[in-house]
Design a protein. Structure first.
Length: 256
């Protein structure tokens, strides 16, 4: 693995370590490209902010610190600054405008909520989900892909569905078809593997293989030492190999 575009910082309040520690661990383990993509800051119309995002008043500092590190280590590693962001039909244009104003270089899609999050959104990983929830989740992911603003789809299989497998296959095939049509890779997520979460979902990756999707590895690093995980990478490669999926080493980041 020579590139990781999915890296968080302490600002999301569920990660730890300094940005420089992430950079140094990557350099020391042969990573050539490191993308910081913490959860995109956003203030909802009522003035509230999500508890898992970069606070809006810390967003400029996020860019300042990482920009300085990019200059400091420019001869050793290529660093990019972006965000992991959802597609919320009600708020997408405002969210996109704000991250662009900050200078974001790229976005990865992390659809953590079904619908719009506020005022009545349901987490995608919630254990009590319905067929309609699944459809709405897929609708959001497909709509996001069609915007052509996201460089790839992070943990596309994060939706925690416990219903009929055939319904799951039918809906997830829509994501896979959109991924292939718009040439947007799907991420095999290392955090899900490492923490034994409900994703990566074997059924999802079977469908992705049948459709002919391309994948990218994403560390989803919340600690500096997680930017290099050869044991997890081997498991992720096994998922790809089992389903005949090509894993991209690097990607061309989509401009916003």
């Amino acid at each position: 693995m020579i590139a990781n575009y999915h890296t968080h910082t302490y600002r999301c309040r569920h990660a730890s370590g300094s940005e420089e520690e992430y950079v140094l661990n990557s350099i020391n383990n042969g990573i050539k490209i490191l993308g910081f993509s913490d959860h995109a800051p956003f203030k909802f119309p009522d003035g509230s902010e999500s508890g898992y995002r970069v606070p809006t008043d810390e967003a400029e500092n996020y860019f300042e610190v990482i920009s300085e590190l990019r200059k400091k280590y420019k001869d050793q590693i290529e660093i990019h600054i972006g965000f992991e962001m959802e597609y919320y039909p009600l708020y997408f244009n405002d969210m996109l405008s704000f991250v662009k104003s900050l200078g974001a270089e790229y976005l990865i899609l992390g659809q953590h909520f079904i619908g719009n999050e506020r005022p009545n959104g349901k987490p995608s990983s919630y254990s009590e989900t319905t067929n309609q929830d699944l459809k709405e989740y897929v609708d959001c992911v497909v709509a996001a892909i069609k915007t052509k603003k996201f460089s790839y789809v992070a943990h596309p299989d994060i939706f925690n569905f416990k219903g009929d497998e055939q319904i799951y296959r039918k809906e997830m095939k829509r994501i896979c078809l959109a991924s292939k049509k718009y040439n947007i890779p799907l991420e095999i997520n290392f955090l899900g593997i490492g923490e034994n979460r409900h994703y990566p979902n074997p059924v999802f990756w079977e469908v992705a293989g049948e459709v002919g999707c391309k994948a990218i590895f994403g560390c989803d690093a919340h600690k500096p030492d997680k930017t290099f995980q050869p044991d997890i990478e081997a498991i992720a490669q096994g998922i790809a190999d089992k389903n005949g999926i090509t894993v991209l080493k690097t990607i061309k980041l989509k401009k916003l």
